[in-house]
Design a protein around this ligand. Structure first.
Ligand code: HEM
Length: 541
């Protein structure tokens, strides 16, 4: 079906008539009793109202809401009652949801979607993406992610806070990630990588086919655990440490987490239901670790130049907003714990995912693997066999491989911002209403043939400086962009580089019978992840 819109003529796919829709939806709603039981557990009053209201009333309420994008002549994919375009439990994952929405853009700078009955915007044009992330950041500084500071203090971290709280925290935490601070932490990462090498060496006496996803997650858990919590987590030797256990729980979720996460896509609904983001075990573990570490360091006057030291400093000493010339409040213990926690969760799975997909592609493309190993050996020789901050910086092809891995398999499938005021989209008549969520479909942009011809091909030369320079600046969003980009980018790059250098210097990676080709993506994981691990054959070189 084609419609004339404010952006020109747009093809709108029409999925089902209203009658078909009504029938299918009621069945789905009725069948998924787990949703209702879960809501019941959390907020009996809300469930009471759902049950009390006439079901046709609820249905027509959704139908009215679901006409939002149609009335504005914006392309959309027909939503399903009651989840809208959100994934159903056993069907799509978020990546597939974005794929469907991105496909219907047909020249429009945005596509309309629904999270439950809430309209959301999917930005499909790179100039519009730039307006949201960079140029008009003041209108989009919030992420609109749900947190519950009162009942769940570790959920109130830099990633989830908005407004003045986020701004002040970002200002306080930014100095934590300067290149000077990274240099201090570099030797710690190298130490962990050497232990990783020894552990892997021993494992190879017993076999050669391993799930590198799990191995790399253990490596980054140990790196961040050491740098953010000052602990030797030792998950490399023991895969069942509490750190690895709780880390896995955050990303893969417990029994009801997929339902809870779906509800949290609409923060107002989650707030009404009084949901906590993390379960009690996760909360108590991380709060406890930070409390003990801080007490121990303060009592014994221990300094380690890591993230925890910097957080202790922000807890005990004043900081200043240089721009406004005002004093910023000190961090409380809970606030410090929430930031250590976000460094851990935002840092370990993302970096291990980048390394995992890089190794996968290197196993599929042995010529690229050999070229990278040659670079590593040549630069090592130039630096007399020492792995220093400077040695790593000389490995330019390594960076191209990491960028190409981030391009083809961005761990963050989408970026999120929320309109802080009514906002007119440039060159259109369309106004994004205050409070509307804007999603930037990173995976789709990174795999769009208009920006990356033959996107399926793993080609690190796409990131040669002269080739990269001519692409649209928003065509690469592996770390997001603008004032709210990834604060840990330097650290994430650093640990990915060290991990890959140590592995490729000592081992060759090959495809095995268990390697997933093609990859099937997990429906559970918060970041892009293969559903059944990533087995590769590892051979000593
Ligand atoms: C290769 C590894 C990493 C990747 C691919 C990655 C990716 C991202 C992305 C895509 C965002 C959202 C940016 C946006 O909305 O524009 C983000 C935000 C963030 N990342 Fe990372 N990240 C990585 C490593 C790290 C590390 C190591 C840390 C901390 C030690 C970290 C801490 C954060 C935090 C706190 C935010 C929220 C920033 C804010 O809202 O102000 N990340 N990251």
């Amino acid at each position: 079906m084609s419609t004339t819109t404010s952006f020109g003529v747009i093809e709108t796919p029409n999925v089902g008539t209203h009658a078909e829709h009504a029938e299918g939806s009621q069945n789905e709603f009725g069948r998924d009793n787990v949703h209702l039981l879960y809501i019941k557990k959390y907020q009996p009053r809300v469930v009471y109202h759902i049950f009390r209201s006439d079901s046709s009333e609820v249905y027509f309420y959704f139908q009215r809401k679901f006409s939002y994008w149609k009335n504005r002549d914006v392309p959309y994919v027909e939503p399903l009652f009651p989840l809208g375009n959100l994934p159903w439990k056993h069907s799509d994952n978020l990546k597939e949801v974005f794929e469907k929405l991105y496909k219907v853009r047909h020249g429009s700078p945005l596509v309309g979607g629904y999270f439950f009955s809430q309209p959301v915007v999917i930005a499909t044009d790179l100039d519009f993406v730039k307006d949201v992330l960079v140029k008009d950041f003041n209108s989009f500084h919030g992420r609109g992610v749900y947190s519950n500071e009162k009942d769940d203090p570790i959920s109130a971290h830099l990633f989830s806070l908005d407004g003045p709280k986020w701004k002040s925290l970002r200002m306080k935490l930014s100095p934590t990630f300067t290149s000077g601070k990274m240099k201090f932490m570099f030797p710690t990462i190298v130490d962990v990588s050497e232990r990783f090498n020894q552990t892997l060496g021993k494992m190879l006496d017993e076999g050669s086919d391993f799930d590198v996803k799990e191995l790399l997650a253990r490596f980054t858990t140990d790196v961040i655990g050491t740098c953010a919590f000052g602990l030797e987590c030792n998950t490399l030797n023991d895969s069942d440490t509490d750190f690895r256990k709780y880390g896995r729980m955050v990303f893969e979720g417990a029994r009801f987490d997929s339902i809870k996460r779906t509800i949290m896509q609409v923060p107002k609904l989650a707030e009404t239901l009084g949901l906590t983001v993390f379960d009690k075990g996760i909360r108590n573990f991380f709060l406890g670790i930070v409390r003990q570490t801080i007490e121990h360091r303060e009592k014994n006057n221990i300094k380690r130049n890591d993230f925890m030291d910097l957080l202790i400093d922000l807890k005990n000493n004043d900081t200043f907003d240089e721009e406004k010339k005002i004093k910023l409040e000190k961090l409380t213990l809970e606030e410090a714990a929430a930031q250590a926690f976000v460094f851990f969760i935002a840092g370990f799975e993302t970096s291990s995912t980048v390394m995992m997909f890089a190794l996968y592609e290197l196993a599929l493309n042995p010529d690229i693997q050999e070229k990278l190993r040659n670079e590593i050996n040549t630069v090592y020789a130039k630096h007399e066999g020492h792995l220093t901050y400077e040695t790593i910086k000389d490995m330019v092809y390594l960076d191209q491989v990491i960028n190409e891995s981030l391009r083809k398999y961005s761990p963050a499938v989408a970026l999120q911002r929320t309109a802080q005021e009514d906002y007119r989209v440039a060159n259109t008549k369309l106004v994004i209403e205050k409070g509307t969520t804007v999603l930037i479909p990173v995976y789709e942009i990174h795999n769009d043939a208009r920006y990356y011809p033959n996107p399926e091909k793993f080609d690190p030369d796409r990131f040669l400086p002269e080739v990269w320079k001519v692409r649209h600046p928003m065509s690469f969003l592996g770390f997001g962009d603008g004032p709210r980009n990834c604060i840990g980018m330097r650290f994430g790059r650093m640990q990915s580089r060290v991990g890959l250098v140590m592995l490729l210097k000592n081992y060759r990676f090959e495809v095995s019978d268990k390697t997933p080709i093609p990859i099937e993506y997990s429906r559970k994981s918060l970041v892009l992840s293969p559903s059944d691990g990533m087995n590769l054959k590892i051979v000593k070189v």
